[in-house]
Design a protein around this ligand. Structure first.
Ligand code: SF4
Length: 381
């Protein structure tokens, strides 16, 4: 089966990026899967595929997603559309109601997607949901499968092209794909109710996946980093679990962009730096996760560990800037302020479908008006 994967563009500060799990889901099917941004869609392209996967990972993509589905079905009556992503997992019923989509995979998608791409009948595929059927949640990702994840982005040539020609700057650069994520589904950082990535919604995650969040072991993380660092000069490691990792005795080539959303101390950073040829670290300045309250006090000590090839940036809310006195501006990656955070973060912005749709429409309109030269949504009307 040949599949066109369509990535919406409306993700403030992350327009060129896409969901990290989506990247690895296709890594073994590079010959059959072709990725494009929504802004690249054309009638010809839509007509040359019958099966489409459309990302709906962040609620900000929702309105654009409805337009993508409309365009695909308008120009190709035979098209079958599968959608998925984090936001879809809480909103798929409503998406089926308002969009002419065909399938959704509930919970873990590694095995179901493989079966789908190998033409296995959808009604018999675990976790698949269609308009008139709902397969049982028979597949759950297990700890041993961390070893089997392969990381590849070549199925999405425009991403690779933009990346290689230096499109990355700001936030996008920090989250270079492929990205290794240490907690599968949700987050296992210590935090005080962080809603980014639904971290504080363990019960919701449990219902969706039929299991609790899974955390990568030290061996699995090191194995994953070996794989990506052999192939890519830039890659991202997102540590959204307790920092219990040890890279001692290893040396990884290339540039690792590492975010650690859990408490980490200077000696951990020192040892980590010695194992990576180059490294850009992003450390939120909260002792208990990105939306925590207690500010870590040893930022200066951490900063002193920097050298030409290893740097640290801190993420903080603007109203905490005072507490980062003496930390130079270039070492604060971005300040999450109250204007930025609701767009991505708060459960209230996306947990009610109507609100998510209204917010995503507003953001889409803003892009359509102000970013025309970057995103021509020719086909999306
Ligand atoms: S602490 Fe980090 S990983 Fe966890 S939900 Fe918040 S942003 Fe996501």
């Amino acid at each position: 089966m040949k599949v066109l994967v369509v990535i919406p563009c409306i993700k403030p500060n992350y327009e060129a990026g896409f969901s990290a799990p989506l990247a690895w889901l296709f890594s073994n099917h590079l010959d059959r899967v072709f990725g494009v941004y929504a802004s690249e869609l054309s009638r010809e392209l839509i007509n040359s595929f019958d099966v489409f996967v459309v990302e709906l990972n962040w609620f900000t993509e929702l309105y654009e997603f409805t337009l993508i589905v409309k365009a695909i079905k308008q120009y190709n009556r035979k098209a079958r559309i599968l959608f998925g992503g984090l936001f879809s997992s809480i909103a798929y019923r409503e998406v089926f109601e308002i969009c002419d989509v065909d399938y959704y995979v509930r919970g873990d998608a590694e095995l179901p997607l493989r079966m789908f791409l190998d033409d296995f009948p959808v009604r018999e595929t675990p976790n698949f949901i269609g308009r008139d059927f709902e397969s049982k949640l028979r597949y759950v990702f297990t700890q041993k499968e961390f070893k089997e994840i392969d990381y590849a982005v070549e199925w999405f040539p425009e991403y690779v092209r933009r990346r290689d020609s230096g499109f990355m700057s700001g936030d996008v650069e920090m989250y270079a794909l492929p990205m290794i994520i240490t907690t599968k589904s949700g987050c296992s950082c210590i935090h005080e109710g962080c809603d980014y990535c639904m971290g504080s919604k363990a019960d919701v995650i449990g219902d969706i996946y039929g299991r609790a969040s899974l955390v990568m072991s030290n061996d699995d993380l090191n194995r994953a980093i070996s794989k990506v660092s052999e192939k890519y000069s830039d890659y991202c490691v997102y540590i959204n679990s307790e920092y219990r990792y040890d890279f001692g005795g290893r040396y990884y080539k290339g540039c690792a962009h590492i975010e650690v959303d859990s408490p980490i101390c200077s000696s951990d950073i020192e040892s980590l730096f010695s194992s990576f040829e180059r490294c850009v670290m992003l450390v939120p300045v909260y002792a208990e996760g990105i939306m925590g309250k207690s500010i870590v006090r040893n930022c200066h000590e951490m900063l002193a560990l920097q050298d030409e090839l290893h740097t640290i940036k801190f993420a903080a809310y603007t109203y905490h800037r005072e507490l980062l006195k003496g930390i130079p501006d270039e070492s604060v990656k971005y300040n999450l302020d109250t204007a930025f955070a609701p767009g991505w973060a708060h459960w209230d912005s996306y947990s009610v479908f109507k609100t998510a749709l209204a917010n995503s429409t507003r953001i889409y309109d803003y892009y359509a008006r102000n970013q025309r030269e970057r995103f021509s949504f020719e086909l999306l009307k």
